[in-house]
Design a protein around this ligand. Structure first.
Ligand code: MG
Length: 228
């Protein structure tokens, strides 16, 4: 039976990337002339598109001007990230390598659902040495709504593998927004407390919380048990 797991990247597969955060600030400065940063908004679990819009709004930039520069801003972000990626110290979370291998061994399909712009997401996967596990995904450059990214990721995975029953699809992420997006897309949710949210917060969030919660991804058997 076909099963699919959709992984979030930041604070789920890997630690957050400093180069990625710097790329936001540099691109916003170029395009809008402001000193903005991801820290201006509560950015955890949000899409890059959404973070740019909220950070600029916070700085008083009118909506029309935000929208007109958005494409250019995302393009510059990718360029800045590519330049800095070589020195970016991102590392995998503990247990991730073993987990991906274990899931692959059981024939479980894997994809991405991340707020990262697509090129940045794939660059991180390359750099972390786990690119080959993921066939497709939904990315922060596809839409500003994370729930839509889940649906986009499923659609792209199904293009490669055919129909996958929704009850066989899981999303793994570290924030209540990952959980909310998974619920809205009608799939199962696994929360992992390797970001800023604790397990009980993830289990009791708005809308009912995650179906499953784990402290981290170190225990491959525990994840397999949930999925199989
Ligand atoms: Mg995350």
């Amino acid at each position: 039976m076909k099963k699919l797991i959709l992984f979030d990247i930041d604070n789920t597969l890997s630690v957050a990337s400093k180069a990625h955060m710097e790329a936001f600030s540099l691109a916003m400065k170029d395009v809008y002339g402001i000193e903005g940063s991801v820290w201006d908004v509560k950015y955890y679990g949000k899409t890059d598109w959404q973070i740019i819009m909220e950070a600029l709004k916070e700085k008083g930039i009118p909506g029309k001007r935000i929208r007109s520069g958005l494409k250019e801003c995302m393009k510059r972000m990718v360029e800045y990230y590519s330049k800095m990626a070589g020195n970016d110290k991102i590392v995998l979370m503990d247990g991730v390598k073993e987990l991906l291998k274990g899931l692959e061994g059981h024939g479980i399909l894997m994809g991405l659902v991340t707020g990262n712009l697509e090129e940045i997401a794939w660059a991180k996967m390359e750099r972390l040495g786990i690119r080959r596990y993921f066939k497709a995904g939904g990315f922060g450059s596809d839409d500003k709504s994370r729930a839509k990214l889940v649906r986009i990721a499923i659609r792209r995975m199904e293009k490669h593998f055919g129909h996958i029953p929704r009850e066989n699809i899981f999303v793994i992420g570290d924030t209540p927004l990952d959980v909310k997006a998974g619920r809205e897309a009608g799939i199962k949710t696994i929360a992992v407390a390797t970001g800023v949210y604790a397990k009980d917060e993830l289990m009791s969030g708005e809308g009912g919380g995650a179906d499953f919660a784990l402290e981290n991804l170190k225990d491959t058997a525990a994840v397999l048990e949930i999925v199989l």
